[in-house]
Structure formats: C-alpha cells, structure tokens
Design a protein around this ligand. Sequence first.
Ligand SMILES: [Zn+2]
Length: 273
Amino acid sequence: MHSSTIKKMKTSLNEVVNYHLKINDVDYFMNDLIDKKIKISWSGKVICSCGREMKKFYRSGFCYTCYWESPMASQSIFKPELCTAHLDIEERDIEWERKFQIAPHYVYLANSSGIKVGITRSTQGVTRWMDQGASQAVILAEVPNRRFSGDIEVCIKEHVSDKTNWRKMLSGEPHSIDLLEIKKTLSEHVPENLKQYICDDNSITNIKYPVLEYPTKIKSLKLEKIQTIEGVLKGIKGQYLIFEDGQVFNVRSHEGFVADFSVSSSNTQSSLF
Ligand SMILES: [Zn+2]
C-alpha cells in the first residue's frame, strides 16, 4: 500500500472509539481534530492494491485485471455462501482462499441503524462493528470457516437485514434493542446441521462514537466529484467523517485515492474527546 493513498481509519474501542488516519507517513489521531478544520485534496489518481495507478477504479476499488482475476474480488467475497475452499475447490487462487476462508468466523447481530446480521473473521469482530458504526453487537455463532457463516447468514437474512442504512446510522444513535431476545428467536432459524455452532457467549459489546453533532440533512461527499473537501469536523462514526452542515465523507469507500490531508491551524478550539 502506498503511503500517499487513503486507507480506512484504524479503530480501537475505548469510552468512545479512537480513530487514527495514516497518510503520507503521518498518523493523525482523528478524535483530536474534532471541531477543527480539516482538508482532503485528491490528486486525481487512484492506486489499486496490485500497484497499478490510474484515473479511476474499474469497479469496487479494483482495476480491471484485479476485478476479474484477483481472489480478493471473487464472487465468494460478496457472497460467502459460495465459498468452497473448505471442500478444496478453487475459485481463483486456492492458496489464498484457504488462508482467507478456512479460519474461525462469527455470524453476529448488530444494531447500527436497526437490527442487522453480518459475518466477519473472528479476529475482526469488534473492528468490523466499529467500521459499520454499530452501537451494540452480539455474536450469534462461531464457525470454523467462512462458508458456514455464509450458510447461516443466508437463513437469518430472511428475517433481518444484512445491510446498514448508513443515512440512518449517521443521523443519530439507534434505539436500544434487546439483542439477546432477538438472538434467541433467530437461533431457531440456524440450519440444523450448524446449530452446534451457536455461541453460548451472550455478552453484548456497546460502542460509542466521538460525535459532537449529528447531521439533520446528510450529504455524502465524493472526491471524484469535488476533488477537495474542507470543513470543520463534527464527529466520526463507522468509517465516516461528519462535517458541519451535514456533509459526510466515507473514508473507506475512498481507499486507494492518492490524496493530501491537512489540518487548518487557524482553529485552535480544543476537542471534547
Ligand atoms: Zn489491480
């Protein structure tokens, strides 16, 4: 990864989530920049994870070749129920797929904009929830490979969404949900042969975000459209920077963009977080 490209913010769970943005060899502690003016300027170039530089990505953050050939962009990445590495069947690169798929995974329930189901590698659990802006989360099942988590998710998403409504997520804290009650109900929909993986651990992870002001009217900013984003940061939730006037910037969806990041020194107000 090039140091000049945008990468998703690193998170850690504290009283509020702590965010770090590393770009051009500087590590910005983003929580300290809340209520300060920041600026992101795009160079007009993007760099794919394979190293190719271009004006824009072909699709989903990949160049044409990677989108059609890389195991990171295969069908099973978008549809885990299509994973076959545990059966030793190759999709694009069996070595890579074994490492990625044959590892413990969680099926979780989270509340970010209402209840949703999702899957993640078990080492990524809390990170995934913070990236999605979830306020509460609980593990529904822990399985030995990605395919099983996909099989469970397919059954559960007949009953609850598998998507986050990001506008709703960014417009405030969601109503608290009794995740354990929902876990109990949804556990009945786990396929019989996978019920053994339902997780006994019922601990709920609660997550708070450094947000001074939630926007009332949300406008999503895209570097392809405006090249330079400048404004006072009012909060961070999920992978979104929330600016004054309801403008929001999804850091993650700009991964690979070659950009400059700076903090305006004129505003010296101290942050509350
Ligand atoms: Zn590529």
